[in-house]
Design a protein around this ligand. Sequence first.
Ligand code: SF4
Length: 218
Amino acid sequence: MTLRLQQHLYPIIDIMVKEAVRDVNDEGSKVSCRKGCDHCCHLLVEISWTEALEMAYWLAEQPESERNHFIARIHDNAKDARELFLQSRRDKQYADRVLDEEAEISEATHDAYFYDKKRPCPFLSTEGVCLAYEVRPSTCRTHVVTSPAELCSAEVSDSDDYDIPERIDDMRDEIAPLNIAVNGDSGWGHLAIMVELALASIQDPSKMLHTPLAASGA
Ligand code: SF4
């Protein structure tokens, strides 16, 4: 049986997010996030290696036609992202995977990613629904804003414009060490690129770039 620690972390993250949202609402602010609002699903979403593996295992369990549909979208999305990230040496490192703190995406590429065109997540439906909701990564679970939803739009997005309550920031700070505990020192990277690599890894364990706890087991 495969040990999948990330699977056990998600319910804990969801409770922490729920409590933080309740506190924000109790303080009189209104959280803008709602079902069907998909602006943030067009932004650059970074996920951990264990989260990527979790999505890859979930994909492996989907009916073949749906799985093939998702995989085609993941390849398209990853190819598109790689082409953009390969603009500089530093971004090439990012495209390969985030292996250390040096491998940060450059500001120019970051801006290009946000402003060039809309890039829907491969798991986003045309109705604006996450089709991989149960395995969506922690970045998606903890993206909570009180600013108008349009400010999360790819066309106008600038993280300086977001209004993220202090309580939400604190909640994220509390979740970060939990993610590190599960993820070890393996890196984070672009959602489609990471899931593409994770799919290759579970199909052929010799391609496993890391052997985090969440991927171990028999
Ligand atoms: S995984 Fe789901 S919630 Fe996260 S960006 Fe993709 S569609 Fe949106």
